[in-house]
Design a binder for this molecule. Sequence first.
Ligand SMILES: Cc1ncc(COP(=O)(O)O)c(C=O)c1O
Length: 383
Amino acid sequence: MKTIYFDNAATTRVDDEVLKTMLPYFTENYGNASSIHFKGQEAKDAMEKSRKIIAKALGAKTEEIIFTSGGTESNNLALKGLFFWNKENNTGKDHIITTKIEHDCILNTCKWLERQGAKVTYLDVDEEGFVDLNQLEKSITDKTIVVSIIHGNNEIGTIQDMEKIGNICRKKGVLFHTDACQSFTKTFLDVKKQNLDLVTLNSHKIHGPKGVGALYIREGIKIVPLMHGGGHERKIRSGTENVSGIVGFGKAVDIANKKNVEKMIKLRDKLIEGILKIPKTRLNGAKEKRLCNNINVSFSNIEGESISGYLETHGICTSTGSACASHSLETSHVLKAIGLPPVQSNSTLRISISKYTTEEEVDYFLKVLPGIVEKLRRMSPIK
Ligand SMILES: Cc1ncc(COP(=O)(O)O)c(C=O)c1O
């Protein structure tokens, strides 16, 4: 049976070109980027080339990119790093503003920071998942350190208005951080035009390797490190750099292109249109400002888990929530925040495509799905 992988928001297949670029950094160019001999310099040059590519993609300076182990670490580093710098320097600032629809690695960092004395505001969103900009503006006080708002949501695909949020933050004199793991290379992201001060990125959502990411930190912003050691990455993130991973990350960014985004938009819209032909279905998230690869739909009266299970018997991998939340039985905090009652939340399926998705895969999915939904609804005790 052919596999149809529709869970690209969880992770993506490494591009063959990315893998090819990485391989020599395991076997031939295996130097430590901190070593001053030529083997070390070889590794350092490759790493710096990647840093340059990533910085350019964001409109940032090369030195403003810090390599990390991924999105989780970058988000932790941004928020904990800023909070503890303010604490150490007795600035009197202890307030963080975020939203109710962040990835767990932001929300759980914030919950932990609250136990360390931080005050956190969790902003509401509307039914499409957009942040209330008035509430944001009103929430900023003279104690606010940073506003941290996810760019493209990992569950419902809503893309926030970075320009407007960035302008509010700049006007009010607070820092603006965004988690751009899902949106990077898929939609416009520019640190200058959007007034971004810190940006979280990772590699495995864009056909690069797992376990590597980056944090953009605007020049002049001070944060304390989480890792103490040899002072790698401008003393902000100690630890021997994952050179092969970083090389792969750079390559993945380098080969990302608009054509693939346009292809995904077409297939995404075909999927949405086809799925919504099934009675009693509802699209969650933004109608227009939506990630090119995200489809999130609720099917009344049946469980998302059951649909996903039946789809798997046809070789199709989908998800019912974010991969990180799927091992818990709790209903999605994102769907709750957009006002979906628990019964609807539990009947939700996330389909996330990639540049490798084909029209044939989409057609096959749209052929098998209605029958599965009909069968499950027939079996369902809820009518
Ligand atoms: C929006 C978002 N932020 C952060 C992460 C965590 O990134 P990583 O898996 O690289 O730690 C993910 C991926 O699961 C994500 O989708």
